[in-house]
Design a protein around this ligand. Structure first.
Ligand SMILES: CC(C)(COP(=O)(O)OP(=O)(O)OC[C@H]1O[C@@H](n2cnc3c(N)ncnc32)[C@H](O)[C@@H]1OP(=O)(O)O)[C@@H](O)C(=O)NCCC(=O)NCCS
Length: 140
């Protein structure tokens, strides 16, 4: 099973909207800026903000030529040595190992290209699938 990461661009807004506009996803993201319904205008705003922040490295996840989610390194601290990783997969693609592969790829990018020393994630206690993704990568 292969996935690719591509830089998130404004032209991904429609695909991103479809991925995020789901109550189960929005609840787990726990981001006060992301509310249901997540409209196309919200998706454009989200992408513009992501592109504007030079310390945010956000990618679309491509699986079988389809945009199925996003993965991001953001919020650097400790002199850009530590980054937070975030991820989100369209509901219909859950359970295929896509998030695990995407996190592995972006973690490699963070350590090699960004010269990060530490990559961390925060997970709500009611999100065991997300905790499992981290266990399956390098976070255990
Ligand atoms: C969390 C999320 C990214 C996982 O994506 P995914 O592509 O389905 O993840 P993977 O298939 O790589 O791995 C999921 C793992 O969680 C496990 N899992 C799924 N539901 C679970 C549950 N209720 N309890 C425990 N484990 C669970 C799966 O079995 C799998 O582990 P396994 O390979 O050992 O069987 C996806 O559910 C999502 O986008 N959720 C909404 C957004 C979100 O939560 N983002 C993270 C915020 S911290």
């Amino acid at each position: 099973m292969e996935i690719k990461l591509k830089k998130l661009e404004l032209s991904d807004a429609k695909d991103l909207q479809k991925v995020i506009n789901n109550k189960e996803i929005i609840r787990r993201l726990d981001d006060e800026n992301i509310k249901y319904p997540f409209t196309l205008a919200d998706a454009k705003k989200y992408i513009r903000k992501s592109l504007k922040d030079k310390n945010t490295y956000e990618f679309g996840i491509i699986f079988k030529n389809k945009f199925v989610g996003t993965v991001v390194l953001e919020n650097p601290n400790q002199g850009k040595k530590a980054y937070e990783v975030g991820y989100c997969i369209a509901k219909e693609y859950w359970g295929k190992g896509i998030a695990t592969k995407a996190v592995k790829k972006i973690v490699r990018f963070g350590f090699s290209k960004l010269k990060a020393k530490r990559i961390w994630a925060g997970v709500l206690s009611n999100n065991p699938a997300s905790a499992r993704v981290l266990e399956k990568t390098v976070f255990s």
